[in-house]
Design a protein around this ligand. Structure first.
Ligand SMILES: *[C@@H]1O[C@H](CO)[C@@H](O)[C@H](O)[C@H]1NC(C)=O
Ligand SMILES: *[C@@H]1O[C@H](CO)[C@@H](O)[C@H](O)[C@H]1NC(C)=O
Ligand SMILES: *[C@@H]1O[C@H](CO)[C@@H](O)[C@H](O)[C@H]1NC(C)=O
Length: 205
């Protein structure tokens, strides 16, 4: 009894802290190249936790909600240490085309050595090597009916190049990701990005 009571108190205390601190963390990167509507960033080595959402018929919207719900439980104590973790931005949904339709993987950055997730959440922790990513920012809500257009616009911008520099960027066409930075309760001032991995990082001198 006593132990459970203390644990409840600790959980309350931690959720209070997370309300007051209200800080979010994000993966670190440096900008290698930038044009008006596209940027190439070098993300440093980092850890991520990922929620696979299979099923082929699911939408981007539904998959992102499903995956985020599992990540949310993980950072709110559904892990081996029963510990509260800081929420990180962005929520990154990776969309991969497969013979059975689209697969979705919903990812969140982890700033420190993470506890293992509760097994029933079906989450995976992975370490990403540093990687180059081409990025285009867009406002509003990221939805099934606009994400593919943004992804195409990113290719178009990459083809236009970087202010006359002779740099050709080869995109990883096998998947792309949508990064969302704001909670769905914000209707304006929203920031989203479309990410495409770059196969060879451009060398910039
Ligand atoms: C996305 O999904 C959520 C929950 O499943 C729903 O409340 C919302 O209306 C959906 N939005 C769109 C644009 O389909
Ligand atoms: C651009 O670079 C490629 C190789 O990186 C080279 O073959 C090509 O001639 C260059 N084009 C111009 C206009 O400098
Ligand atoms: C949305 O997130 C971006 C990036 O973190 C932030 O700069 C912006 O202020 C947020 N918008 C709102 C309405 O909170």
């Amino acid at each position: 009894m006593g132990e459970i009571y203390v644990r409840i108190l600790v959980m309350r205390y931690l959720s209070l802290i997370s309300c007051y601190v209200n800080a979010t963390v994000s993966p670190q990167y440096s900008v290698l190249l930038a044009a008006r509507d596209v940027e190439i960033r070098l993300y440093h080595e980092s850890s991520w936790i990922s929620a696979p959402v299979m099923g082929g018929t699911s939408s981007f919207n539904k998959s992102t909600h499903d995956g985020f719900h599992r990540l949310y439980q993980y950072i709110h104590g559904a892990n081996e240490d029963d510990t509260m973790l800081q929420i990180a931005k962005p929520i990154l949904t990776t969309i991969t085309s497969t013979p059975n339709g689209l697969d979705y993987l919903v990812n969140m950055y982890l700033p420190s050595k993470p506890p293992m997730p509760s097994p029933q959440l079906n989450l995976h922790i992975s370490n990403w090597k540093s990687r180059c990513i081409a990025i285009r920012t867009f406002p509003g809500f990221a939805q099934d009916d606009n994400i593919y257009k943004e992804r195409s616009s990113l290719s178009f911008s990459l083809a236009k190049g970087f202010n006359g520099k002779n740099i050709s960027v080869s995109e990883d066409k096998s998947s792309y990701s949508i990064a969302q930075y704001n909670s769905s309760s914000h209707n304006s001032g929203r920031v989203n990005e479309v990410w495409v991995n770059v196969l060879t990082c451009p060398s910039v001198h």
